[in-house]
Design a protein around this ligand. Structure first.
Ligand code: FAD
Length: 340
């Protein structure tokens, strides 16, 4: 008799009833994986008064939404969330569970993984289903989740397989997976979940929340002008802002520029920064290390400006400008302004 495989689950992150972009991206990816396995795509939505999110989850491809609504689930605190999620996992035994690699996902996923002794791969950049031959233990597995992510400082791309599929768990950063079009005619099944919490899980009482408005959301930007160490100093970074302004775009940076204190970490693009996928990415004075490229090489069009004709950034650039950014950027600004 063949073993019945569990479904693909996505932990849905919401804030004030708005679903996080990464959760919708994971629903789309989860649907691909579920179709490949011949199982269902199921979402787990926790919070208070969040039923308004359910239809959107169907539209992006969920067959089922497990909805747990309770005052004690708002705002997010890890203990009650982990308890509700663990109860659901025990009852329904999913095969795969996807989380966003956000503050919440990074806190919740390891807690669930450690309780389940299930293993967890963080910051995956690609996921697919494949068979796996474990040559060391001489065992073969079918239809495992290939959990792909950069490793050893980004110098290799590792494929990780978790043979303890109870469930197979990963986190994925925002902007890495493609968001498909929503189909508003799609419908699904709603499962209302009874929330059972004890004093043990409700020990934390949030008295006040102070929101720091993020002025930047690079993950959603359509045009990004990014500066690197080649910009030279903090004052000269104004040129990057000027070019971004001329193009109505946002400003990104390499880690070297962030480490030098020229710009805030929120602007860092790459393996330990944000993953971006804009229509246009202009890299100015950025060498193009593997860690930087990992965060931007899916951009639709890449223009690179660098004095070094052999800079690795040119290997991913569609338009290569070998030259001094101090001369090139003002010419670009003039040209864009003349066209506007
Ligand atoms: C675990 C780990 C994680 C990392 N994560 C990230 C990450 O998320 N993002 C990231 O960016 N890096 C990351 N790094 C760092 C990365 O390895 C590089 O050190 C960094 O990307 C280099 O930044 P850069 O290209 O701005 O600087 P440099 O490598 O110093 O390159 C500067 C470039 O500017 C060019 N240049 C100089 N003057 C001019 C000029 N006047 N006009 C035009 N071009 C000029 C030079 O030719 C050179 O190519 C990580 C490293 C590690 C080990």
């Amino acid at each position: 008799m063949t073993k019945k495989i569990g479904n693909v689950w996505i932990f849905i992150e919401q804030e004030g009833g708005k679903i996080a972009d990464v959760s919708l991206e994971l629903v789309c990816k989860g649907r691909d994986l579920a179709q490949r396995l011949g199982v269902k795509t199921e979402a787990v939505l926790l919070g208070d008064n969040v039923g308004g999110c359910v239809d959107t989850l169907y539209h992006y491809g969920c067959d089922t939404v497990f909805l747990a609504e309770d005052k004690r689930l708002e705002p997010f605190t890890v203990l009650p969330y982990a308890k509700v999620l663990m109860d659901l996992i025990k009852a329904h035994k999913p095969n795969i569970l996807l989380f966003g690699a956000t503050f919440k996902g990074r806190e919740l996923a390891p807690r669930v993984a450690s309780e389940k002794l299930a293993g967890l791969t963080a910051d995956c950049t690609e996921l697919r289903i494949d068979d796996f031959d474990d040559k060391i233990n001489k065992k073969s597995y079918t239809d495992k989740l290939m959990q792909i992510r950069p490793a050893f400082g980004g110098n290799i791309i590792a494929t990780i397989v978790n043979t303890w599929d109870d469930p197979q768990m990963v986190t994925v950063r925002e902007g890495v997976m493609k968001l498909d079009e929503a189909d508003t005619s799609r419908k699904g099944k709603l499962v209302n979940v009874d929330v059972e919490l004890t004093d043990k899980e409700t020990v934390i009482n949030v008295l006040e929340r102070i929101r720091q408005d993020k002025s930047i959301n690079l993950g959603a930007a359509q045009v990004i002008v990014a500066g690197g160490y080649g910009v030279g100093d903090k004052g000269n970074f104004q040129k990057i802002y000027d070019l971004a302004e001329a193009l109505n775009g946002d400003v990104g940076a390499s880690r070297a520029a962030v480490d030098a204190g020229w710009i805030d970490h929120d602007h860092q693009v790459g393996q330990t920064g944000v993953t971006v996928r804009p229509k246009l990415y202009i890299a100015c004075g950025i060498s193009g290390s593997v860690q930087h490229r990992a965060g931007m090489d899916d951009s639709k069009k890449i223009i690179a400006i660098n004095t070094d004709p052999d800079a690795p950034i040119f290997s991913v650039a569609h338009y290569k400008i070998v030259g001094d950014l101090n001369a090139v950027i003002p010419m670009m600004i003039d040209a864009f302004k003349a066209k506007a």
